[in-house]
Design a protein around this ligand. Structure first.
Ligand SMILES: NC(=O)c1ccc[n+]([C@@H]2O[C@H](COP(=O)([O-])OP(=O)(O)OC[C@H]3O[C@@H](n4cnc5c(N)ncnc54)[C@H](OP(=O)(O)O)[C@@H]3O)[C@@H](O)[C@H]2O)c1
Length: 339
């Protein structure tokens, strides 16, 4: 197939691009040329900012079997892309998110209600993507896609937390990196409850699944992540530690203790979502449709080992955790002298 990737230069897009090249597809990438400057041989590289200049996608002979949109955060970005392509991409694949669902008081499946914001919401008007707007804007981007591509030509991929090598968010990576420096018997702060459900998708499995779904002509929305209630935080952390040969002493701190210490769920302690919070069931969504389409997910151990190896290979100045995770000092303070 002739595929156009919007993005394709890092993390999810990077793994999708690798999978597409491996499968022998002909690939064009479009991005600003910031995240990636060296591309594999044979990739047709177009440069532009999707928010302001899509002219690089308008060469006379341009035709694609599908466009895989790895960086659409606003409905306006989908509309302008569709206008620029003017029917020259037969199918559209949007990397959306489970965040598109209206709420997480219950687990979601593909036909659960989606989030929304009024068109005149000031942050929608200004294109501001933040914790409040990200999910509803993804839902609105999905709806925008369906104004330009028929349902049968439109695949909406809804990943859960994406993890693995090349992850720029530092979230999942915090855990293998933290465990790698743990001495035997060292107290390590574990958040919430060991029985809390955990759900994610390794970016390489996401890439493989998305490509297979595209090749099989799938359409519609699909959640892409591990099975609900298949993994639990205590077991996952223990498995990671064992795989890395570490024997820490886990010190569990309750939701109430962590919230009282003003820790932010999800980011300050990755994989932690309070049991009574608005995201209580964020990691318990259904994946039956993806499984029926052939989703395969690799083990905790493989993801943790590969993520650690990637992180350890980064230059030292890129190994910090300034976006997610606890600093050693903050963790010590939270553990207290008696831990
Ligand atoms: N991380 C997660 O846990 C998670 C979970 C669910 C869904 N998702 C979704 O997965 C998708 C991929 O996320 P990601 O973190 O891998 O990548 P990303 O940061 O969304 O996109 C990065 C790619 O898009 C290009 N890009 C960004 N802004 C651009 C612009 N204005 N014009 C042209 N190209 C632009 C970048 O290249 P340049 O910088 O060179 O332009 C780069 O190649 C996103 O849609 C995200 O919502 C992520």
């Amino acid at each position: 197939m002739k595929l156009l990737f919007i993005g394709g230069g890092r993390f999810v897009g990077h793994h999708l691009l690798e999978a597409a090249l491996h499968a022998g597809h002909q690939v064009t990438v479009f991005n600003r040329g910031k995240s990636c400057t060296e591309w594999p041989a044979g990739v047709d590289v177009r440069v532009g900012d999707r928010r302001s200049d899509l002219r690089a996608l308008r060469q006379p002979q341009d035709r694609w079997d599908a466009v895989v949109d790895c960086c659409a955060y606003l409905p306006s970005e989908v509309h302008s892309l569709a206008a620029a392509l003017q029917g020259r991409a037969a199918r559209y694949v949007l990397i959306s998110s489970v965040s598109a669902y209206a709420g997480f008081a219950q687990p979601n499946q593909e036909d659960s209600p989606l989030g929304s914001l009024p068109d005149d919401d000031p942050e929608v008007l200004s294109g501001t993507v933040n914790g409040r707007t990200y999910g509803p804007l993804k839902a609105m981007a999905e709806a925008a896609a369906l104004q330009h591509w028929a349902e049968a030509d439109c695949l909406r991929i809804r990943p859960g937390l994406v993890v693995g090598p090349q992850d720029p968010t530092q979230r999942f990576t915090y855990w293998p990196a933290r465990l790698a420096r743990a001495q035997d018997g060292e107290p390590v702060l574990a958040p919430g409850r060991p029985e809390a459900a955990v759900q994610w998708i390794d970016a390489r499995d996401l890439a493989c699944f998305t490509l297979q779904a595209l090749e099989a002509g799938r359409h519609g929305a699909v959640n892409v992540h591990t099975a609900p209630d298949a993994m639990h935080l205590g077991a996952v952390l223990a498995e990671m530690a064992a795989a890395l040969g570490r024997r820490p002493r886990w010190v569990w701190r309750s939701d109430a203790e962590l919230l009282a210490a003003e820790l932010k769920p999800w980011n300050d302690l990755p994989l932690w979502l309070p049991a009574d919070g608005e995201y209580a069931h964020f990691m318990r969504n259904a994946n039956a449709r993806a499984v029926s389409w052939g989703l395969q997910t690799r083990s905790v151990v493989e993801t943790a080992r590969d993520t650690l190896a990637w992180w350890q290979g980064l230059p030292a100045d890129q190994q910090g955790f300034d976006k997610a995770g606890l600093s050693a000092a903050r963790e010590r303070a939270l553990l207290g002298a008696g831990a």
